[in-house]
Design a protein around this ligand. Structure first.
Ligand SMILES: *Cc1c(COP(=O)(O)O)cnc(C)c1O
Length: 409
């Protein structure tokens, strides 16, 4: 399928790097907005957006300007000094999310680690849980990142097998069940840490009343409700944050991915002063966390979501996209689910595997990837237009019809 030019780059990656990823056979070399080109000049619509990290589209001109200006003025100082970018960024992100404070990190996993540490400090020092006894309740099928502590509470065997010993202090319960959470709470429970919609788990949308119930349970038992919105946040579901669909406010919020505007890793953990007060000098940090370039990009990324109506676009076009996918009406498609421009199409494996379907769509100029073998995720940059989605749906429809026909003959 790939040209010999592409083969050369693919071979180099597999010779000089381990097989911890299995990319689709395409070698990308440039991008603009929602479009991406491979090394042979073939054009694709990006329906993957780097797992939602490219919500603003590739090389957004405003962010590119910030990147150029800020990096030529001041890029990195470490937190040993104050800068003229971090304060304004923290002010912006806390006001958008309605939290007292934000602690800046880089990757999503680091921000999850930060949330875990903050919750434990709070549990020992405010809630007075017995030393080393703190527990955090998580959900089956979760994805929170790849560090040794985070994989300790993954339910995916391959993510954790032979990476032990695993970190204790986590209890995993059924996703979407508030009863299971309440039953798991005891005097040592520090926090509940969940995704409002499970992304890597297969775009799993929990029951409508789940988040409000979890909110109530956490308040009732004096347990922190922490949401990982690294993928669901920042407009992806048609609201700035997915928790806003449920009209609640969590006690802690983890952001990442799109916060970096498609340019660099920018993440953070947000919470109240009550929780953050225990993080004193020397207790936590990161050399690159909150660096001037990241702060400038993070601030502008947040502003652009509002200025360019990207959240509204996600809501309106997400509904449109979902409706037209639903109207395809083929036995190949078992279910279409999701919220905003974050859609999972469940396919019947009797017709085709998710991997094979991704390859067929790749051939037709659509970049997407399966999660969990039978779910194809469609998550284009939030700058996508209706015409571009209509084009994509035509392509998807044609490919699905062809699969159906081939299956019959
Ligand atoms: C991607 C993701 C992470 C991990 O982020 P990294 O930047 O890859 O470390 C954590 N939680 C959720 C919900 C994610 O989607």
């Amino acid at each position: 399928m790939e040209s010999s030019n592409q083969r050369n780059f693919i071979d180099k990656e597999s010779i000089f790097g381990p097989d911890n990823y299995k990319p689709l056979p395409v070698v990308l070399s440039r991008a603009k907005g929602v479009w991406v080109w491979d090394v042979d000049g073939k054009k694709y619509l990006d329906m993957m957006s780097a797992y939602s990290a490219v919500s603003h589209g590739h090389s957004h001109p405003e962010l590119l300007k910030v990147l150029h200006e800020q990096s030529s003025r001041l890029a990195l100082t470490s937190r040993a000094f104050y800068t003229d970018t971090l304060g304004p960024y923290l002010e912006k992100i806390t006001s958008v999310s309605k939290f007292d404070m934000a602690l800046p990190m880089n990757s999503g996993a680091e921000a999850v680690e930060t949330a875990i540490k903050a919750a434990r400090r709070w549990a020992y020092r405010s809630k007075k849980i017995e030393n080393n006894k703190a527990e955090i309740i998580v959900a089956d099928g979760n994805f929170h990142g790849r560090t040794t502590t985070i994989i300790s509470f993954s339910s995916d065997a391959n993510s954790k097998d032979d990476f032990g010993p695993h970190t204790p202090g986590f209890v995993s319960v059924e996703y979407g069940s508030s009863k299971a959470i309440e039953e798991a709470i005891n005097e040592n429970t520090a926090a509940v840490l969940v995704e409002p919609i499970q992304g890597e788990g297969g775009i799993i949308v929990p029951p409508e009343n789940w988040l409000p119930e979890v909110r109530e349970i956490c308040t009732k038992h004096g347990v922190l409700m922490i949401l990982d919105e690294i993928q669901s946040g920042l407009g992806r579901t048609g609201k700035m944050f997915a928790f806003q669909h449920a009209n609640i406010q969590p006690d802690g919020l983890i952001l990442g991915k799109a916060l970096g505007g498609g340019f660099m890793p920018v993440s953070c953990f947000l919470s109240s002063k009550e929780v953050m007060q225990w993080l004193n000098p020397g207790s936590h940090g990161s050399t690159f966390g909150g660096n001037p370039l990241a702060a400038a990009i993070g601030k502008r990324s947040l502003e652009l979501l509002e200025e360019e109506n990207l959240i509204e676009n996600s809501r309106v076009l997400g509904d449109f996209f979902k409706n037209v996918l639903n109207s395809i009406n083929s036995p190949v498609i078992k279910e279409v689910r999701g919220r905003g421009l974050w859609i999972g199409v469940v396919i019947d494996p009797n017709y085709i595997s998710g991997k094979e379907l991704s390859k067929l769509l790749l051939n037709e100029g659509i970049l997407c990837k399966e999660t969990h073998e039978t779910v194809i995720r469609f998550a284009p940059p939030l700058v996508v237009t209706k015409a571009e989605i209509e084009w994509a749906v035509d392509v998807i429809k044609t490919v699905i019809t062809r699969i159906e026909t081939n299956h019959r003959s």
